[in-house]
Design a protein around this ligand. Structure first.
Ligand code: LMR
Length: 392
């Protein structure tokens, strides 16, 4: 039976990891998959997370099962960070742990499907895994334009989806640090989104995978909180992969906001049943370490400082690229400074991307997305020169 299967290509983004590893050139530059890098090009474990893991090792006396909801202490410790001081919005928000942000998106879409959603609108370009997840759950994924040529968000496009939407529609939006464009909605645009959602049957599904890497931990949650304050129902997929550096430990959470406190148990019990049928229970280690970090004042302070350092370095990369704009003909770089997070899209064609790889050992996604965290004081000039070469 299995001979009916046709070969399917590996995920292009993840395939870059092994292509980059196989390249023997010493001055190679990895701008591919979205992991943070220090100015030495490393992706170290956070000091705060190491401290949390150490305490976990000392104190944990069982690895017995926790259940499909995972570590509820972790899920609840994150809530004030995501939702602010009234973290449960009067008992109307709760969540459960998931295997990474991807697990949270998967569970959000599956839960939406159970609730009668048939279409999830996606602003494109988007994270390349969003549409495959939606379609794999069996829903339609119509698209709209996320960004305009001038490097700002096409807010009218998303507003018309929300205003014209019908029962059974959801729209997937990025809370901050849009992947892959780096182009976020402004505060005024979030106000317009919140207002439009308030009068619309369209369900907001908000993917928050980069909180703290854009403008700041609080600032990056402003839009999400505005939308939540104006709608009866929403789903929020959250990832700790980047802001705690826990990538391979797969640490995420799905939250549901409902109209009345009494309605939460239906959302939570259905999400738990779906989790049980998918992965049974999420991996515990990383979530438990995050819980310990967030509940300990000193570790929490250390985490905030480390996150600040990441954000400042990303801002330095953006400012340096923007300032080099006049050295690169035809590839606008100035607007990168206004954008947020790990990613930016460069208007490069296939040949230019291949030339960057073959002639300059610069690896990036085939879409033109770069992970700016791969740029350091040691390699950013080489990258700018390489861009100027392929642009010429
Ligand atoms: C990315 O977009 O590079 C990251 O979110 C990693 C992934 O899983 O694709």
């Amino acid at each position: 039976m299995l001979d009916r299967l046709q070969d399917t290509p590996p995920d292009a983004l993840l395939a870059l990891i092994s292509q980059f590893a196989a390249d023997q050139r010493e001055d190679k530059i990895d701008l591919g998959v979205g992991v943070y890098r220090t100015d030495d090009g490393a992706t170290p474990v956070f000091g705060a997370v190491k401290a949390g893991e150490q305490r976990l090792w000392e104190e944990q006396d069982s690895k017995s099962y926790l259940g499909p909801e995972g570590d509820r202490g972790f899920v609840h410790a994150l809530m004030p960070i995501i939702f602010g001081s009234d973290a449960t919005m009067g008992g109307r928000i709760d969540g459960l742990q998931t295997p990474g942000g991807t697990g949270a998106v998967r569970l959000a879409i599956a839960l939406a499907e159970r609730a009668g959603i048939t279409r999830v609108h996606v602003g494109t370009p988007s994270w390349p895994n969003h549409i495959p997840i939606i379609e794999d759950v069996g829903l339609e994924a119509p698209t709209f334009r996320h960004a305009k040529e001038d490097g700002t968000a096409d807010v009218d496009a998303v507003l018309s989806i929300i205003r014209d939407g019908r029962e059974g529609d959801a729209v997937l939006i990025h809370a901050c640090c849009h992947n892959p464009t780096g182009i976020d909605y402004s505060a005024d645009q979030w106000d317009a989104l919140a207002e439009a959602f308030a009068d619309s049957p369209v369900l907001p599904i908000i993917d928050s995978a980069y909180q703290g890497l854009g403008e700041g931990l609080e600032e990056d949650a402003v839009g999400l909180r505005k939308v939540l304050a104006s709608v009866p129902y929403a789903l929020i997929a959250y990832s700790c992969d980047k802001n705690f550096g826990l990538y391979r430990d797969r640490v995420g959470a799905l939250y549901a906001k409902v109209a009345e406190p009494g309605m939460l148990s239906a959302s939570m019990s259905n999400a738990a049943a779906l989790a049980r049928a998918n992965w049974s229970m999420p991996p515990d280690h990383g979530g438990a370490a995050v819980r310990i970090v967030l509940r300990d004042d000193a570790m929490r302070e250390q985490w905030l400082e480390e996150l600040d350092g990441m954000r400042q370095r990303l801002r330095w990369v953006r400012a340096t690229l923007a300032a080099a704009g006049d050295k690169v003909d035809g590839i606008p770089l100035a607007h990168l400074e206004e954008q947020n997070g790990l990613f930016a899209m460069l208007p490069l064609d296939k040949d230019q991307i291949a030339k960057l790889r073959d002639d300059h050992a610069v690896y990036m996604a085939g879409s033109g997305r770069i992970n700016i965290a791969g740029l350091t004081k040691g390699n950013i000039d080489k990258f700018i020169a390489a861009l100027a070469d392929v642009a010429a």
